[in-house]
Each structure stands twice: as C-alpha cells, then as structure tokens.
Write a protein that binds this ligand. Structure first.
Ligand SMILES: [Zn+2]
Length: 394
C-alpha cells in the first residue's frame, strides 16, 4: 500500500483537489482519494510530489507498426505527399528493424505514462508486442480499397488478420472517406453492428480529401488519377468528405473521427442535426503534432469545446510525429490555445479516451479503479509548458 500526494490531484471525475492524497494498493488499485484536511495531520508515510497527479494517459490513435518509419518522411509534405513518401519507403526495412522499432515505441509509451492505445494495424507486425505489453491495446484492423469488386476479398483478409489477435480486442475499420468503396463500407458497418464494435476513421485531415468529393479536383484527385484509379468509383457528391461518408457509418456504434483538422462548426452542428446522441456515440480524436508535421495546421479547438464534442488525443505514428507522448500533444495544444483549462486538456487525454475504448477501470482516479498515475512536474501554475515532464508513478 502507498500513500501519494501532490500539490494538486486531478481525479478528472471531479474537480482538482489541492494537496490531495491517493492511497493505492500494491497492484495500483485506488483505495481512496481525499484532501489533506480530510485525514487530520499528515503522516510521514505519505510520498509528496511537487506538481500534479492525473490518471494514466489514453492514446486513441496510433500506428505502432509504422514505428520504424521515424524521421523517414519529410515534414510539411501535405497529405498526398506524405502518403506517397510513406508508401515509397515502407518496404525497405528488415523484419528485425521493424520489430525492434515496435518494441522501442511500446516502451516509450509506457515511460510516457500511456496506459491504453487505440492502434491501427494493416498487418500482424505488432501483434506479438501487443500480447506482451503492459499497455492495453485495442487494435483497429484497417481496410482500404476503391475497387468494389475486391471488397469481399479485402474484408475476408481483415477477418483472418483479426483471428490472429485471438482474445486481444479488435475491430475492422475503414481507413478514410477517400479510400474505401461503398461495398467495403457496407461490409464494415454490418460487421460492426453484429459485433457491437468500435469504429475509427481518419477524417478531414486535409482539404484535398474534401475537394475530391465536392468537385473531383485538387491534389488528391490528381494523384489518384495519375495512379490510374478510375475516378468514377469515387462519387462526386458536392459534399465534403465527412458529410459524404457519414450515412455509410454504423451510427449505432461508437465512432472515433481522427484528425478533424478541417472540421467546421457547421460540420459539428450538421452531425448533431443528423444524430441525437452526438455526446454519447461520436468522438473526435486530435493528433496535433502529426497535423503540424504533415499539414502544418491545427484544428480549431474552440468549435469542439463550444459544441460540447467529446475530444480525445492521439499521437498518430512515428512516421508523422517526433514522439509517442500524449504530454507532448497536450503541450502543443496548450501552446496554441493557452486559454483551454488544464482540467479540459486532461479530460481529453484520459477520461474521454477510456470512455471511447470502453475501459471502465481507466481514465479517472476513483476508488476501485486502476487508472495508472502520472505525475506532471515543472508546470507554470496550472499551465503545461515546454518544460513540463511526466513521471509514471503507478
Ligand atoms: Zn493515422
């Protein structure tokens, strides 16, 4: 049993507690959370830390299998340029290099206080590491193909890939609005409803993907045309990518939209008008450092806050990021949006992600839960700064 205290405890389930004390058992389960005044005189068996303590971080979007691509893709290449470079360089690595990079990235996330990850897989490279890791992984088996004639085959392959994960949690998900045929969307949706599965999809990461649907124009349209793809397969709808694919998603399931860099207030209001349970079923994952890496643009966080959207945080992959650290993502948001309260940022980084992944034991510091405990030190008052560090306490 340990008693841990800090200048502030952020249980996230409730308001911050000044000089709060957390008692945990040897397995890290929370026995109590209380304020110093609640226990009378502080006793010498309390470990006190300068800084704040929050629950373990939840990373809702990662591609662990791309870890060996660290520093391989140019910054600010734009979405189409990024995909092109990634595909060009992805195959020139040995099995050992790939596995070492995956193990290293998993260890990096543990050290950075991440306790659960929603991770995209296109192959089985990460499965061994996931089965041995202390991190909880939900694997999103990602599929993409424009050609409706190949949908059955692609989907069957995804089912088989999922079988290799055995008991490890997983679901089959579409890559992005622009890379999945109507038929493949239908197969994914039917399976998701049948299995009560979680859905994740890259969304509005670039303007190019919306131009594709609105007017059959732009960099992505031109790149696909040059690749010899029959562009009649992609419908010209006059609507942006989100509005085009929204009706194809299994709206009874929890859905995570990832990136949302170009999502507007009108888009969020449009979703609300089309679905009554926006708060409970739709989640918006932001990956700010990847957005800066690829497009050099951040989402407008104010609209998500004003529309009461449920925001989560992801690191994306080391192909498009400098680190796998939720704290580093928070630092970027705090730097550009200093007015967002710390309690809000930490809610995005912990509770909301745990809720999306359905992890009742994680995300908040409450009696009976085992959320992991992160000490954040070197804050400036209640502000996260460049100097802030995370230390995993439990
Ligand atoms: Zn991604």
């Amino acid at each position: 049993m340990r008693k841990i205290s800090a200048d502030y405890i952020f249980p996230i389930a409730s308001e911050p507690i000044k000089n709060g004390i957390i008692t945990i058992d040897d397995d890290g389960a929370i026995l109590s959370v209380e304020s110093m005044s609640g226990i009378g005189h502080p006793t010498s068996d309390i470990q006190h830390y300068e800084g704040i303590i929050c629950p373990g971080f939840i990373n809702t979007h990662c591609h662990l299998e791309l870890s060996h691509m660290h520093s391989q893709v140019s910054e600010n290449a734009g979405m189409t340029g990024f995909i092109k470079e990634l595909l060009g360089k992805r195959t020139s690595f040995s099995e050992n290099q790939i596995q070492d990079a995956i193990a290293h990235a998993d260890a990096e996330m543990v050290k950075n206080g991440i306790v659960a990850v929603g991770d995209i897989s296109n192959n089985n490279d990460t499965f061994k590491q996931k089965s041995n890791s202390s991190i909880f992984y939900h694997t999103f088996i990602e599929v993409f193909d424009f050609n409706p004639d190949k949908a059955d085959e692609i989907f069957a392959n995804a089912i088989n890939l999922g079988k290799q994960l055995k008991e490890l949690p997983h679901s089959i998900v579409p890559h992005a609005p622009y890379s999945v045929s109507e038929k493949l969307f239908r197969l994914i949706s039917e399976e998701a409803v049948k299995k009560n599965a979680l859905i994740s999809i890259h969304n509005q990461e670039s303007l190019e993907e919306s131009e594709l649907f609105i007017s059959h124009s732009g960099a992505m349209f031109e790149a696909f045309s040059r690749m010899g793809i029959n562009m009649e397969i992609i419908p010209k709808t006059g609507l942006n990518s989100l509005r085009t694919i929204f009706p194809k998603l299994p709206l009874s399931q929890k859905i995570l939209f990832v990136h949302n860099t170009f999502t507007t207030k009108e888009d969020l209001q449009w979703i609300k008008s089309n679905i009554s349970n926006l708060i409970s079923n739709i989640y918006f994952c932001t990956c700010p450092n990847a957005n800066l890496y690829i497009e050099n643009k951040l989402p407008d966080y104010n609209i998500f806050i004003n529309e009461n959207a449920c925001v989560t945080i992801g690191t994306d992959s080391l192909a498009s990021n400098w680190s796998l650290s939720i704290l580093d993502e928070i630092k970027t948001i705090a730097k550009h949006y200093p007015q967002i309260p710390l309690q809000t940022l930490l809610t995005w980084a912990t509770k909301n992600g745990a809720k999306f992944l359905g992890l009742n034991q994680l995300g908040t510091i409450e009696k009976g839960k085992k959320p992991g405990l992160n000490l954040l030190k070197n804050l400036d008052g209640m502000m996260i700064t460049e100097k802030t560090e995370v230390v995993k306490l439990a």
